[in-house]
Every structure is written in structure tokens, then in C-alpha cells.
Write a protein that binds this ligand. Structure first.
Ligand code: CTP
Length: 401
């Protein structure tokens, strides 16, 4: 799609200032953006700012340029409508189909995907009225992003922050990439758990046994699931990757911590995707003080013990009826035959098999894989962005629900 047309709706919350950053990211990456602020949003950030950053006149009123019928035209022409921040009031009006200003009119006339990034105080987010409005919007196909947890306006902290603008931008990109034809929020109402990254098994306070997993594939799975409307818990053993918008991130380090977090989240999940590289072994003994070198003798050998197999445990347990369990396998040779055997041994529904080797770098943003199904299916996914593979995985999960 060249120059996708994005309508950025801004409702009246203090996080409106962060929407400037989102607007900048959108315009700099080649999107044509029209900003539609509500009257309250304009009290936080004025019209000249929106107009300068978008390079377009700003539409604020149903009653301006009436001959061009802006309340219909803006929505009809959009490829994506993103509202950030979305206040409790805006979502209430949207859920009830009110059309008392230009932005709510635009919402009613738009036929493109709609993303809302709420920001408000925790109490307002948790209020039953807001919960019901959010559920209604999600049921109708709007992607309502979970707010982030952290410092709110004033001294309090909790759930309700606008996610990082860069991460909202990434989510918007994903929704646009799926195209107008794709059902926007086809994972809506589902809770999925994804594990990502490589575990670190400590030897002493400063050393660990680790692996080269970057976590990029797991993060792509989480990002794509959120863009398709799922509630996502990301159990992350990855270090240094930013939290994707709308995703609950549970940081872990060791295989045992990862196991506990995944088992807990899986209890009420519709799918579990184990993309993490979980260490099969850990040092048998953890030295509470740093292991010192000695001049008079060689270092002691490191004894290893087995870690629990989280994937096999989750697949055997099936905490919930109909839960779909997905594993990943990295193989160096005889990829498909080894993959098939692993799929059976682990008892999962789907296994994503990657060929790895020294010539295939970890940390790449691309991937190539075959998705094997317990039902005998075999789906090759050509070399491409990890997000494309993630789309295929969720399509396959959806088909099995
Ligand atoms: N996995 C897991 N717990 C472990 C090891 C692996 O849950 N202790 C999961 C990974 O998240 C991945 C899948 O199992 O989804 C495949 O892991 P892999 O290490 O390739 O399989 P192994 O059983 O270790 O087989 P092998 O070492 O023989 O290749």
C-alpha cells in the first residue's frame, strides 16, 4: 500500500502529548495522517502542533467546511483509524454509537481497522462501565490495546498508562500490513501465552549458562497477537527488548522461573506458544559467592542437572479444554524427521521447526520454518520477517480452536 491514510484521533487526556510522538513516527515513515482531536484534547495540545507535525490542516469540528461533509469523508477515506489516547469517555461514546463530535462521527463512518490505545487512571480503567464498553468495542472488532502499568499523572502508579508511542506505532504498522480484507481482531476474546528469549542458569552471582536466543520471534508472536486483538501474556527471558504495546510482560531469568510463570498464565489461556529457548540443563550447584580462580589447581568441573520440560508439561496438562499448545524446535540436520519425532514426544498440537546452524544467525529479524501439525499437516513458511511467521502460527492456532 503506498502512503497509507491514517486518521489519528486524540481524546482529552494528558497523554495527548505522547500522541505527538506517534504522529511523528507515522508521518516520518510515509503515512498520510489527518489528526482529529476532540475539544478536550485541544486543551492539552493545541491545533498548531497537530497541524505542523502532520503537515495537514487539522479537523476539529463537524461545522467547519460543511460543504465537504468532513464527518463522513474523513472516516471513509481512512486505511486505519487509531485513537491515542482513548479516554474512558471516548470509549463510552464509541461503544454506544454516539456521534456528538467529529471524532465519534468519523468512528461511525470508518470501515477500516480501528485501534484504540486507552490511557486513564486505574480506577477508571477498572470500573465496570469501562470494562463493559471495552468488551463491546472488542467484540465489534476494534483492537483495544491494554494500557501499560507504571507512573500515572500525579504521584500514583498502576495500570492505565499509554503504551510507549513507538510500540503503538509498531502495532499500527502490523494492523495496516494485514490489510483491509483481513478480520482485524480475529483473536479478540482469547488469552494467549507466549514465552520468549533464552533462559540464564546461574553458576554464581556473576556467571550463568545461557544461549543465543534473541527473543525476537517470541516478541513478534506477542506483537502480532496483540494487533489481532488477543490478550497476551509474554513470559520473557529476553533482555533489552522493549515491551510491545498492549502485552503483559512477565520477566524471568531461569528455566524454573519461566516454568512457574508459564504454568500460572496457562491456567486460563486458550493457547500457549513456547518460543523460548529453555535451557535443558542447569548447574547442579549454585555458588553463593563468586568462584575464584586458583593458581595451584585446575577449576572444578561443572556438574549439570536436567531442567523440567515446560512444553511437555503444558501439553500433558492442558489446563483448559481446547487449549492449543505450540512448540518450537531448532534442528541442525534431518530437520523434518527430527521435528516430527519431537512433536510426538512433546505432545503439542503444532511444532514450528527452524533449521539452525552457524551460517544462520541468531538475532536476525527474518526466519524460515516449517509448521508441523499433530494432525499430519506440514506448512512451509518461506524466508521473511518473523512477524510473517507469527501470522501463520496464529492462523494455525485459530484454525484449531
Ligand atoms: N522446551 C521447554 N522446556 C525445556 C526445553 C525446551 O519447554 N526444558 C521447549 C522449547 O520452548 C521449545 C521446544 O521445547 O518450544 C523444543 O525445544 P528443544 O530444546 O529443541 O527440544 P529438546 O527436547 O531439548 O530436544 P533436543 O535437545 O533433543 O533437540
Amino acid at each position: 500500500m503506498d502512503q497509507p491514510r491514517v486518521v489519528l484521533g486524540v481524546s482529552g487526556g494528558i497523554a495527548a502529548y505522547k500522541a505527538c510522538e506517534l504522529l511523528r513516527r507515522l508521518t516520518e515513515s510515509g503515512h498520510r495522517v489527518r489528526v482529529v482531536p476532540t475539544a478536550s484534547a485541544l486543551r492539552f495540545v493545541g491545533e498548531p502542533t497537530w497541524s505542523a507535525l502532520s503537515g495537514n490542516p487539522v479537523e476539529t469540528e463537524v461545522w467547519n467546511d460543511v460543504h465537504q461533509v468532513p464527518h463522513v469523508r474523513i472516516g471513509q477515506e481512512a486505511d486505519l483509524l487509531v485513537i491515542a489516547p482513548a479516554t474512558a469517555d471516548l470509549m463510552a461514546r464509541a461503544a454506544h454509537g454516539l456521534a456528538d463530535d467529529l471524532l465519534t462521527n468519523t468512528l461511525l463512518t470508518a470501515r477500516c481497522p480501528v485501534v484504540m490505545a486507552p490511557a486513564m487512571h486505574t480506577e477508571m480503567w477498572e470500573h465496570p462501565a469501562t470494562r463493559e464498553n471495552v468488551a463491546t468495542l472488542r467484540r465489534r472488532g476494534t483492537v483495544v490495546v491494554e494500557p501499560a502499568v507504571g507512573r500515572l499523572t500525579g504521584v500514583d502508579t498502576g495500570k492505565g498508562r499509554l503504551p510507549d508511542p513507538e510500540q503503538i506505532f509498531q502495532l499500527c504498522r502490523r494492523v495496516l500490513a494485514r490489510g483491509a480484507g483481513a478480520a482485524t481482531a480475529d483473536l479478540s476474546g482469547r488469552h494467549v501465552v507466549v514465552s520468549a528469549g533464552g533462559t540464564r542458569e546461574p553458576l554464581d552471582p556473576v556467571r550463568y549458562l545461557g544461549n543465543r536466543s534473541s527473543g525476537l520471534q517470541g516478541y513478534a508472536l506477542a506483537r502480532v497477537a496483540a494487533a489481532r486483538g488477543a490478550r497476551v501474556t509474554l513470559v520473557s527471558a529476553a533482555v533489552g527488548l522493549p515491551d510491545p504495546a498492549g502485552v503483559d510482560v512477565v520477566p524471568v531469568a531461569t528455566a524454573e522461573q519461566l516454568r512457574q510463570a508459564v504454568v500460572e498464565a496457562a491456567a486460563e489461556a486458550d493457547a500457549v506458544v513456547m518460543a523460548a529457548a529453555v535451557a535443558d540443563f542447569r548447574p547442579a550447584v549454585y555458588a553463593p559467592g563468586k568462584i575464584k580462580k586458583t593458581d595451584d589447581r585446575e577449576p572444578d568441573p561443572i556438574t549439570l542437572v536436567r531442567n523440567p520440560d515446560v512444553l511437555a508439561e503444558i501439553a500433558a496438562k492442558r489446563a483448559r479444554a481446547g487449549q492449543v499448545v505450540v512448540g518450537f524446535a531448532a534442528e541442525t540436520d534431518d530437520v523434518l524427521a527430527n521435528g516430527r519425532r519431537k512433536l510426538e514426544r512433546k505432545g503439542c498440537d503444532l511444532l514450528v521447526v527452524n533449521e539452525v546452524g552457524e551460517h544462520r544467525t541468531f538475532g536476525s529479524t527474518d526466519n524460515e520454518a516449517v509448521v508441523l501439525g499433530a494432525d499430519g499437516t506440514e506448512l512451509p513458511v518461506p524466508h521473511g520477517p518473523k512477524e510473517d511467521l507469527a501470522e501463520v502460527v496464529w492462523d494455525q492456532v485459530l484454525a484449531r480452536w
